[in-house]
Write a protein that binds this ligand. Structure first.
Ligand code: SF4
Ligand code: SF4
Length: 108
């Protein structure tokens, strides 16, 4: 492995971001945050494992990128108001959302 190589899990996230696709091996549906109930405490954002990094803070709200969300569901355990729901009918994220997603610094 080269000095700058990412661990496999972080590299997989980078590939998902580049391809804008969800891992087809993930059996659980992604989660979504109900904005009307969310108190924007950011606990879920801190609780989402780095290999997924699926939650972004948009300033006024916090959103889950479904393509990056494995449905694990670590964030649900962190949420104090229980407003993170299964999203069976998720739709692909648009450009404005992808623009908020950061690649791991090592890939820049
Ligand atoms: S379900 Fe897991 S991967 Fe998805 S946003 Fe929550 S913590 Fe992150
Ligand atoms: S943990 Fe719950 S209340 Fe806090 S930002 Fe996340 S979804 Fe919102």
């Amino acid at each position: 492995m080269s000095e700058n190589a990412l661990p496999a899990d972080r590299s997989a996230r980078s590939e998902r971001i580049a391809a804008r696709t969800r891992n087809s091996d993930w059996r659980k549906p992604p989660r979504r945050i109900e904005t009307a109930e969310c108190i924007t405490c950011d606990s879920c954002l801190r609780g989402c494992p780095a290999e997924f990094g699926a939650i972004v803070d948009r300033g006024l709200d916090v959103v889950i990128i479904p393509e990056l969300c494995s449905g694990c569901p670590a964030c649900v355990l962190e949420c104090p108001v229980d407003c993170i729901y299964v999203d069976e009918d998720w739709s692909p994220s648009d450009d404005s959302l992808w623009n908020l997603v950061e690649f791991p610094a090592e890939t820049r």
